[in-house]
Design a protein around this ligand. Structure first.
Ligand SMILES: NC(=O)c1ccc[n+]([C@@H]2O[C@H](COP(=O)([O-])OP(=O)(O)OC[C@H]3O[C@@H](n4cnc5c(N)ncnc54)[C@H](O)[C@@H]3O)[C@@H](O)[C@H]2O)c1
Length: 368
């Protein structure tokens, strides 16, 4: 039950949606059913997209330039749903206008842009929530809680393989200047593992473009990365948009590369799919021979995000605006994910391990 329905009171939150592409459909649907929220405007540089979404969701006003509405006193909050290259500009304009902001991932394309959003968010006194839906997905959260509960011991080796034949349907994603490719698009994973294990100490990676024809993408489409955390945990991630495969549903897009998740600890392990191939997350005790799982949980999609997560994300944002919750994913979290993307690209370019968040020497000296 939403905060609003619990009778917490307060006035309706008026929302401006900027960017009327693919993902706007999900957010507009969820805003339409959220209690106490009303979409008062939609904006898109493409007139047909803005008008189309306004007609589809019965929104009174549409504009092609978000600046025509972002200062409007009737707007309380702005949803930034454009390609990543424009996130920083739009989010900062909205925060400076005193609007609460929900911004789709990734936060921005560079650490420098991320730093500017972090500063604008902290100066504004407004709510800023970054949209990484794994933070709201029951499947991903159960995985996180099980690891943190100590059920499989620590440190763990967390390894994950994702594969998609087509990548995102958004054309901008394949443009290195607009979207930045698979690493930026699926920085979901980087944010999620950092939310479990904390600061990364060192990154080793390789990244390249394998998709043919070469015109299919101008951005990185394939990579493998190893993250060493200060906690001692290690996470390995590999993804390719060049391989055939499209997630769990083999009848959907056609899955040739199996999504694989294994979290191996000294006292047990977690697996998706289960060792017998079933579409469940299974928990096993460390033992010499095969034994039945200690527990099994449903697991909706290959990457652990339930569709319901997007509705919960919108509800969480509205609760934050009403002061009933604090954003679970901040601009600082978004900055951390982009620093990891940059470290992966640097490690791939230099063929060397890259130090991240190095401990400050002065602090180390003080301790001594
Ligand atoms: N959380 C998720 O699971 C998820 C899923 C898909 C996309 N996304 C993210 O959402 C964002 C949008 O993705 P998409 O797939 O909807 O992209 P899209 O290309 O389908 O749509 C983007 C829209 O933004 C418009 N646009 C571009 N620049 C603009 C500007 N300056 N002002 C106003 N409108 C502008 C474009 O005309 C287009 O209609 C991306 O950051 C993407 O990473 C997140």
């Amino acid at each position: 039950m939403s905060y609003w329905n619990r009778g917490a009171g307060g006035r309706v939150i008026n929302v401006l949606v900027v960017g009327c592409g693919n993902v706007s459909g999900i957010h507009l649907e969820n805003l339409a059913v959220a209690a106490g929220a009303r979409v008062v405007g939609v904006a898109d540089v493409c007139e047909a997209a803005a008008r189309g979404r306004a007609e589809q969701f019965g929104v009174e006003r549409w504009v092609v330039d978000y600046r025509d509405m972002v200062q409007d006193p009737s707007v309380d909050a702005v949803f930034v749903l454009t390609p990543p290259a424009s996130h920083a500009e739009i989010a900062i304009a909205a925060l400076r206008a005193g609007k609460h902001v929900f911004c789709e991932k990734p936060l921005a394309m560079t650490s420098t842009e991320c730093a500017a959003v972090v500063e604008a968010a902290s100066n504004s006194g407004c709510v800023f929530l970054l949209g990484y839906p794994m933070r709201h997905s029951v499947d991903a959260l159960r995985l996180k809680e099980t690891i943190l509960s100590g059920a499989i011991g620590r440190p763990v080796c967390y390894r994950d393989v994702w594969a998609l034949s087509r990548g995102s349907p958004s054309p901008a994603i394949h443009d290195a200047a607009q979207g930045g490719g698979v690493l930026f698009e699926h920085s979901h994973w980087l944010d999620f593992v950092a939310s479990i294990f904390g600061n990364v100490r060192r990154v080793q990676a390789f990244a390249c473009r394998l998709k043919r024809p070469a015109s299919a993408t101008q951005a990185v489409d394939t990579f493998a990365a190893i993250l060493h955390f200060e906690s001692g945990d290690v996470a390995l991630w590999s993804e390719s948009w060049a391989a055939r495969g499209g997630g769990w549903d083999p009848l959907g897009i056609g899955r040739m590369v199996r999504p694989t998740l294994d979290v191996i600890g000294p006292q047990g392990s977690l697996h998706f799919p289960a060792p017998d191939g079933a579409q469940v997350l299974s928990l096993h005790a460390a033992c010499e021979h095969a034994a039945p799982p200690l527990a099994e949980w449903s697991w909706e999609t290959d990457w652990g995000v339930n569709r319901e997560a997007y509705r919960l994300e919108v509800e969480h944002f509205l609760a934050c605006v009403r002061g009933a919750a604090s954003p679970c994913c901040s601009a600082l979290d978004g900055w951390r994910a982009i620093r990891l993307v940059e470290a992966i690209l640097e490690s791939s370019r230099t063929e060397k391990a890259v130090a991240v968040n190095p401990r400050r020497k002065s602090r180390a000296r003080k301790k001594r």
